[in-house]
Design a protein around this ligand. Structure first.
Ligand SMILES: Cc1cc2nc3c(=O)[nH]c(=O)nc-3n(C[C@H](O)[C@H](O)[C@H](O)COP(=O)(O)OP(=O)(O)OC[C@H]3O[C@@H](n4cnc5c(N)ncnc54)[C@H](O)[C@@H]3O)c2cc1C
Length: 215
């Protein structure tokens, strides 16, 4: 991936609210290392959006300035897709809200930076099960397990992450927000666009929230 020009990175940082990004190498360092030490990356800037709207603003500006982006959740991925090689890094770590748990619908809406464990706990708090489980669940995020289409230990009973997502909210490469947080079980309307984003490793957009199936 081509690293952005220093001028473009300066312009990006200047256009964003203070506190929504960092250039501090010590703060950035843990995000550049894959946990088994297989890949070490580099980035000129770490973006830390707090909301979907802030993510959209960042993505739109990156598009206008020709700056490539790598999304990162919990940085537990095993194939290095979350490690930037010169691109600007955008982390979902501040997007941690459980927006809604609806036991009567057997559904909940959580933001992308919620860990898998936190999502399971939110479901359990409403006497429901969110069945995806894997050893990295204390750190892996909902955005990450969606973007890698994770399977986990209960995959044969409950399916892949692809089968557990009822709806998605995402920021598309032009900065537009895809509002698709549906809860319908029987949804026969048109194309199932969310399925393109699931397993896409951030190549088609940044997942900001998901509506998940509970049992
Ligand atoms: C100990 C261990 C056990 C595991 N066991 C299993 C298992 O049993 N089954 C299984 O299927 N997998 C397993 N995995 C892999 C696991 O699925 C991934 O590590 C996890 O899904 C990545 O989540 P993350 O939040 O850490 O994402 P990251 O590692 O940060 O990112 C992973 C990819 O998703 C992209 N991405 C992250 N967040 C977003 C977002 N919000 N929007 C768009 N793109 C995004 C990144 O760019 C990258 O390409 C295991 C991993 C570990 C470390």
């Amino acid at each position: 991936m081509t690293a952005p020009s220093p001028a473009a990175v300066d312009a990006l940082a200047a256009a964003l609210p203070p506190g929504s990004w960092t250039r501090d190498p010590f703060e950035i360092a843990p995000s550049l290392k894959e946990w088994r030490n297989r890949w070490t990356g580099e980035t000129p800037l770490l973006l830390l959006p707090r909301s979907t709207e802030e993510t959209a603003q960042m993505v739109r500006l990156c598009g206008e300035l020709g700056v490539a982006l790598t999304p990162q959740g919990g940085n537990t991925g095993l194939v290095g897709g979350q490690i930037p090689h010169g691109e600007v890094l955008i982390s979902t770590r501040r997007m941690r809200a459980v927006r809604d748990v609806a036991p009567l619908d057997d559904a909940m809406v959580v933001e992308a930076g919620v860990t898998l464990l936190e999502a399971q706990q939110a479901a359990a708090g409403a006497d429901r099960l969110f069945p995806l489980s894997l050893a990295a669940e204390g750190t892996a995020t909902i955005g990450g397990v969606i973007s890698t289409n994770a399977g986990g230990t209960a995959v044969l009973r409950y399916g892949m992450m692809r089968d557990l997502v009822l709806g998605l909210e995402a920021v598309l490469p032009n900065g537009e927000i895809f509002h698709g947080l549906k809860r319908l079980r029987k949804d026969n309307t048109g194309y199932d666009l969310k399925q393109l984003l699931i397993g896409a490793e951030g190549t088609l957009g940044i997942v900001t929230a998901a509506s998940l199936k509970l049992f």
